[in-house]
Ligand binder design. Sequence first.
Ligand SMILES: *Cc1c(COP(=O)(O)O)cnc(C)c1O
Length: 427
Amino acid sequence: MEKIDILKADRDYLWHPYTQHATAPAPVAIVRGEGALLWAEDGTEFIDAIASWWVNPFGHSNRYIADAIYKQLTTLEHVLFGGFTHEPAARLATRLMEILPANQIKLFFSDNGSTAVEVAIKASLQYWYNKGIKKTVIVAFEDAFHGDTFAAMAASGISLYTQAFNGMFIEVRRIPVPVAGREQESFDALAKALAPGDVAAFIFEPLVLGAAGMVMYAPGSLDRLIDICRENEVLAIADEVMTGFGKTGKIFACDHLSRQPDMMCLSKALTGGTIPMAITTFTQQIFDGFFSDDINKALFHGHTFTANPTGCAAALASLDILGRAETSQNIERIAARHREFASELQGHPRIRAVRSLGVIFALDLATDGKQEYYGTLRNRLYDFFISQGIILRPAGSTIYILPPYIITDAQLDKIYEAVRMALQKIG
Ligand SMILES: *Cc1c(COP(=O)(O)O)cnc(C)c1O
């Protein structure tokens, strides 16, 4: 192949996500990845401390997953899922049934986290419509993030992502996250939001709000919120797109709960960070709400690449790795090291709060006033970490770490040291 000037072609033709091209610096051209490491064209090495937007638990260019993908690609790469089915989907469904909360009994495939949420929200609205009950409102957390398609965006509360579209959304009521000290306020707000009787579903990121800056709250509080939904006949949708597949120390964040949601949204680590794929899961009750002689009651939603066999094969290989004792040990090792680092930083004069759960670590810098999500402090921090060969993308004044599970202790040490240095140098 002829050599290509990547940055020139990028500059000429490409439009990047969440990027203001008038002011953004040139992107880094990555040419190779292995384990927790990525290499740029000029040989610069980076530690991928956020698992490439939280998708990659088992390392880049993972051989085991790649072999499974190759085998599937050369057996049956794709077939339409309308009127047809296939072994990889059947196997993946069977495998997921073993690990999902017991009440989740049906899977619906789509392509990414946003579509998984889109399917859940549409299904919740149509569930009530099919019953002839008028429930058209969704409840979500302040600062929630559920994706960038329209219903998912409506449920999201980060204004930078949604402000241009205000007034064009389905109706969403917001309640505060039940972070320590605000639990009762959150419970009361939910009860109040549900009181008019017009709410179809409450959608939430269980235990950790990722894009909000890894905001964490207790399982008991979520149990209580789900109870309030049950008392009001409102469906509970757990968006596990970020938290799923081990991030919180259990396979799903919902595994920390005593209650179970009515629907779950899965994507990101589902295929080990290799192929875009998503799944929305449902209870029998919801499936039955669409089960009828009437074609109009069917869920009229689908995507061309639904249940792509190659994606299913990648997900099956990922679940193999997730099930290995070595993977659990790695998650526990990272969780213990994060806890140690959190207690070291406890009381640091530059830190307002520090927290960790599973492989997720986060600290909020003590700053004057609210920092912009992509503001100057955030950009200085980002640039500093890049200069240290570490990929971290702070959200506003929150620095978080979410490494692949195969990260080594030495690589973790380097990340922690860069965070210590940033605390010293970057004001
Ligand atoms: C990333 C994310 C999404 C959106 O997923 P995409 O694949 O980017 O569309 C939805 N919900 C949560 C909780 C996420 O973290």
